[in-house]
Design a protein around this ligand. Structure first.
Ligand code: TYC
Length: 102
């Protein structure tokens, strides 16, 4: 956006203030031990997925090794990862949740 300084008469081009935030994918990783139903529950509870969508994502991870739970700003993604890791640990499951920059 161009702005004219009334005193100096200098026009300056300033950066548009509508900066898009960096976005981060939150991913679930497959393992051989975490029950499928537990992963579906995680997707419903922490990622607001319906049962069908949660089951589809869980099976994708089960078959491909990794899958996307959602895309968030840094702080939200970090919170999701912590919540899932704490919840899995509390239930003694080795489920891993990670984030990566888009
Ligand atoms: N592979 C697990 C099983 O057979 C299920 C599973 C799916 C585990 C997704 C983790 O992120 C995961 N019980």
């Amino acid at each position: 956006v161009r702005r004219l300084d009334e005193d100096t008469g200098v026009a300056t081009k300033t950066r548009s203030k509508t900066k898009r935030p960096n976005m981060y994918r939150v991913l679930l990783l497959n393992d051989d031990f975490t029950p499928m139903e537990f992963v579906v529950h995680v997707l419903e509870a922490f990622f607001n997925k319906g049962r069908e969508d949660a089951t589809r994502i869980m099976l994708h991870v089960h078959h491909h090794g990794v899958g996307e739970c959602g895309v968030f700003t840094y702080e939200v993604a970090e919170t999701k990862v912590s919540q899932v890791m704490n919840f899995a640990h509390q239930h003694q499951h080795p489920l891993q949740c990670v984030m990566e920059k888009k």
